[in-house]
Design a protein around this ligand. Structure first.
Ligand SMILES: [Zn+2]
Length: 484
């Protein structure tokens, strides 16, 4: 689905973040999206596509159609997470396009192998270096700190543009990350569990409102530049006040920056719109050194701001509106066959570990970790071959009590009732037990065994009232201990 903003009338190079996000509906799938940057540094979706999975074939199909829409001679700069299938696709579809690697994703992989505060600082210094000198200095620091980290960066990022000094000079976006795509994915989060057509329709409606709102807001701006650009210039202007400027003619200057230690000198050429630090060429907006030189020469800063950052460019991006669509009930039938939903393949799930089938039917089920399962809500009943209902929860309790008592050195009397019950269940004859009362009545033997287990748990000769009082006393004592 190509969106109206794909026109981007005033941009010669389109900065574009590409990413895919998984859908959470019944049929799954992946939403591929291309997201651009407007003149106010905001995100603007360019094209969407729903596919089954994210691979070379689907990215290839998406990129091919995107290329057909943008085939007007303009260059494209991609920012991506280097997904599988996407890197080769971009190289094949857009041989002339620039491709930046998202530094946040690069650092996420880097930090898993080399977690260090010093390396983190050096990595970001290298990633945000606008000139080769600063980049080499940061990389030398990484090499001195950890040779393996340096080797990893050299090998893993070979051929990728991950440092600012390698960025193309025409894009005029200084973003080192693919946050535009991340923002868009979170922006549509509420729709990702809907059916495909419903999701696309809701995204379209939301974009329609967003485009109208942005265009109306921009109409009230009084400055010819967008608000984010004005904010950037104010910030740089404040920093520029602390710099010392020396003129070399009317348009060339050397600026001493005291923010460095020792103070560092930069060469500014206003006519070429260049500064030694490299930021002006990459971002398209003047750096603090250039702002200091402009202030010294009493030049208007707005004269040096490209038109891509103007209110006019912003309005142009949002000039083409989404056309309203009539209700579905009024649509004329096309006569074409209906498209069936995709076949849902049930995922293979891992078998549950908490219950396993044991050797004999009489022993039936058994929890792997009895100590944990007894405390949980895990009562279930088992019917053995004799059709005698047997409460395994009580059995587990008694077995666990037995194991605990044996571990603590107490006599293992608690295992006797369980053994009696097991024998009663295992045999078709009356239960073989040393207790005379159980030999003639199996069911009675089981009930007596259960009763005995309860007595053992609570202590011999202890009634239910006594147990309740004991429990209350215990709980009150615990509270008192806690409060004390
Ligand atoms: Zn500079």
């Amino acid at each position: 689905m190509a969106l109206p903003s794909i026109s981007f009338h005033f941009l010669s190079v389109i900065p574009m973040g590409v990413d895919g996000c998984h859908l959470k509906g019944k049929y799954g799938g992946v939403l591929l999206a291309a997201v651009g940057i407007d003149a106010n540094n905001g995100i603007v979706p360019l094209a969407l596509c729903v596919c089954e999975i994210e691979n070379t074939e689907t990215w290839g199909w998406f990129m091919e159609h995107l290329h057909n829409y943008l085939d007007d001679g303009r260059l494209v700069t991609f920012i991506s997470d280097r997904q599988k299938g996407l890197v080769n696709t971009i190289a094949n579809t857009w041989p002339t396009a620039y491709h930046r690697a998202c530094t946040r994703h690069v650092y996420a992989n880097f930090s898993k192998l080399f977690a260090s505060a010093q390396l983190k600082q050096l990595f970001w210094r290298a990633a945000k270096s606008g000139n080769k000198h600063d980049f080499n200095e940061a990389m030398a620091g990484i090499k001195a700190e950890k040779e393996a980290a340096y080797q990893w960066l050299e090998k893993e990022l070979l051929g990728y543009n991950w440092s600012m000094h390698t960025y193309d000079r025409n894009c005029m976006v200084d973003r080192t990350h693919n946050n535009a795509s991340e923002c868009f994915n979170s922006w549509i989060l509420a729709y990702r569990d809907r059916p495909c057509l419903t999701m696309l329709e809701e995204i379209r409606c939301r974009l329609m409102k967003r485009f109208t709102k942005r265009r109306n807001e921009a109409a009230t701006w009084k400055s010819p530049l967008t608000p984010k650009v004005l904010k950037h210039l104010d910030k740089k202007s404040t920093i520029a006040q602390k710099m010392i400027v020396q003129a070399s003619g009317d348009l060339n200057f050397q600026v001493m920056d005291k923010a460095y230690y020792p103070a560092r000198r930069f060469m500014v050429m206003l006519e070429c719109r260049k500064c030694d630090c490299g930021y002006w060429e990459i971002a398209g907006l003047p750096c603090a050194h250039a702002m200091a030189a402009m202030g010294y020469a009493r030049h208007e800063v707005q004269e040096y701001v490209p038109m891509w950052f103007s209110k006019q460019a912003y309005l142009s991006t949002y000039s083409l509106m989404f056309n309203p669509i009539p209700d579905q009930c009024t649509w004329e039938p096309t006569g074409r066959p209906l498209i069936d939903p995709p076949i849902v393949q049930r995922k293979i799930e891992r078998p549950k570990k908490c219950i396993t089938y044991n050797k004999s039917a009489t022993e039936c089920f058994r929890a792997e970790n009895e100590e944990e399962k007894i405390g949980a809500n895990f009562p279930f009943f088992i019917y053995c071959a004799l059709l005698v209902k047997f409460d395994t929860h009580s059995q587990h309790v008694s077995q666990a009590s037995a194991s605990r008592s044996s571990a603590s050195g107490q006599p293992a009397t608690s295992s006797q009732p369980a053994t009696a019950s097991s024998q009663a269940l295992r045999s078709s004859q009356p239960a073989i037990s040393s207790q005379p009362a159980t030999s003639s009545q199996p069911a009675t033997a089981s009930s007596q065994a259960l009763r005995k287990r309860k007595q053992i748990r609570s202590g011999p000769g202890e009634t239910s009232e006594a147990r309740t009082k004991k429990r209350k006393a215990g709980s009150s004592g615990g509270h008192a201990g806690t409060s004390g």
